[in-house]
Design a protein around this ligand. Structure first.
Ligand code: EPU
Length: 432
């Protein structure tokens, strides 16, 4: 296991390329199980979550080849319908195998993902969806055991939960429905760009999906799907993270290439409201960010897309920590997702967390401290704080960041940051 040593105070400049989206890649990789023909997926980021998914697909019997961002998957008939606990427990997103396994084999045994540091993470909506298509679901020995001996049948399913629509739940239902008999209508569907990317991928495979990106998605079941080629969308959360880095740690500003302006609407709007420069090129695939001369505090209310994403609240909290005035961050999706705040406080931030809300009073500057990453986005917030802080910060449990940021240390160094990844032999590996 590694830790990251960050010498704070070095100013970033230059240009960085944003990788393909982790959260779009995961269900798209799983969807390769829907056909026995080869699929080729490009711009899959080389992060541990995509590696876990590839390992699970291989264990199930798919043949997977990966070379420089492109993954080729072929899933012959006879692949296993049972995933192992050892693999699945490493990544909650492995729940998105449920839809493709049920569509292809009409049965699956999938270990129930356990709890998670950012919240309870239930799967009741995934279960409700597959039951609505006619499957029988049991929990046995910690596994979801799901069977639909007569196949899946399309119907109308409302996917809204107490905290709004579910992203991977919508993905699962879409993937289950593409080979179901008849038409499935998903009401209260998640509208995230990653859901649209999956729908585009499935349609390239021969699926008939309409309305992805809106609240109602209609899927007309087809007999079979075929192979295809697809390029994953840019990672809007990695882009948002670098936008904040450019604002917190640069005098001249930085440029991000390979982004998608449309997907960054809420993040760009907030940064502009707080007085910063966010300028996209005409094509919307490159953005220049620079700190404003008179930055102001801000308010975040996380909510499903197109509102402000929960996956970008920790990073913005790091920025608000050093922005004059009082900022407020409320997470309605994962109200417990504030583990980064206690670590930021160890670096001198002034934050109070109460009932899913962080109240941040900006301080003049942060100071280095040894800190502990607790989840993927929390660790990104700590890296941002460390880059801006005075002194040398050690960030432990770096494996959290490796789950979702491709070559983060290399990219930061190319912008002029002084960061070093070193082995951290004393660290016991905690549950992911
Ligand atoms: N929920 C339920 N029941 C369910 C499923 C979800 O109540 O069966 C609740 C959740 O507890 C949460 C809300 O619904 O309050 C939304 O959760 P969602 O299901 O949308 O989350 P997810 O699909 O499991 C994806 C991303 C997360 C991101 C969330 C929200 C992937 C692989 N993961 O998770 O990404 O935070 O959507 O946008 O796409 C990350 O990248 O750091 C990350 C955690």
């Amino acid at each position: 296991m590694d830790k990251l040593i960050v010498e704070g105070g070095y100013k970033l400049q230059g240009t960085v390329n944003i990788s393909g989206s982790k959260n779009a890649s995961l269900p798209i990789l799983a969807a390769a199980l829907l056909t026995d023909e080869p699929v080729r997926i490009s711009r899959v980021p080389d992060v541990s979550d995509t590696n876990y998914m590839i390992q699970i697909l291989s264990q199930l019997g798919a043949s997977v080849e990966r070379s420089s961002g492109t993954v080729r998957i072929e899933s012959p008939d006879g692949i296993s319908s049972s995933a192992s606990y050892d693999q699945v427990r490493k990544m909650r997103a492995s729940i998105c195998l449920l839809g493709p396994m049920m569509a292809r084999m009409h049965r699956c045994t999938l270990p129930l993902p356990g709890g998670c540091v950012i919240g309870d993470r239930p799967v009741d909506l995934h279960v409700r969806a597959i039951q609505a298509l006619g499957a029988r679901v049991r929990v046995k020995g910690g596994n979801l055991v799901i069977e639909a001996p007569n196949g899946l049948v399309g119907t109308t399913v409302d996917m809204r939960g107490d905290n709004g629509p579910t992203v991977l739940g919508t993905d699962n239902l879409m993937m289950a429905a593409v080979l179901a008999r008849g038409t499935t209508v998903i009401e209260s569907a998640a509208r995230e760009p990653e859901v649209v990317d999956l729908a585009n991928f499935l349609n390239k495979m021969g699926a008939r999906i309409e309305g992805a990106g809106s609240r109602t998605i209609t899927i007309h079941g087809v007999e079979r799907l075929h192979g295809c080629e697809h390029t994953v969308i840019p990672d809007r959360i990695e882009a948002g993270t670098f936008m904040v880095a450019g604002i917190m740690c640069s005098d001249t500003g930085i440029t991000l290439n390979r982004v998608c302006e449309e997907h960054l609407g809420a993040i760009s709007a907030l940064l502009r409201e707080c007085g910063h420069t966010v300028n996209f090129n005409e094509a919307g695939d490159s953005v220049f960010v620079k700190a404003g001369e008179k930055p102001t505090s801000g308010k975040i209310l996380t909510a499903p897309y197109p509102a402000y994403p929960t996956d970008m609240q920790a990073q913005m909290t790091a920025l608000f920590s050093v922005t004059p005035g009082i900022s407020v961050v409320k997470d309605t999706i994962f109200p417990q997702r504030f583990m980064h705040c206690s670590e930021l406080k160890r670096m001198g931030a002034n934050i109070k967390v109460d009932s899913g809300t962080a109240i941040i009073t900006g301080v003049e500057g942060l100071s280095a401290a040894p800190v502990m990453a607790s989840d993927l986005r929390a660790s990104a917030a700590l890296v941002l704080a460390a880059l801006a802080a005075e002194g040398t910060t050690e960030i432990h449990r770096l494996y959290h960041i490796d789950r979702g940021y491709e070559m983060l240390d290399d990219k930061l160094m190319s912008l002029g940051a002084h960061v070093q990844r070193v082995p951290d032999p004393d660290e016991g590996k905690a549950e992911l």
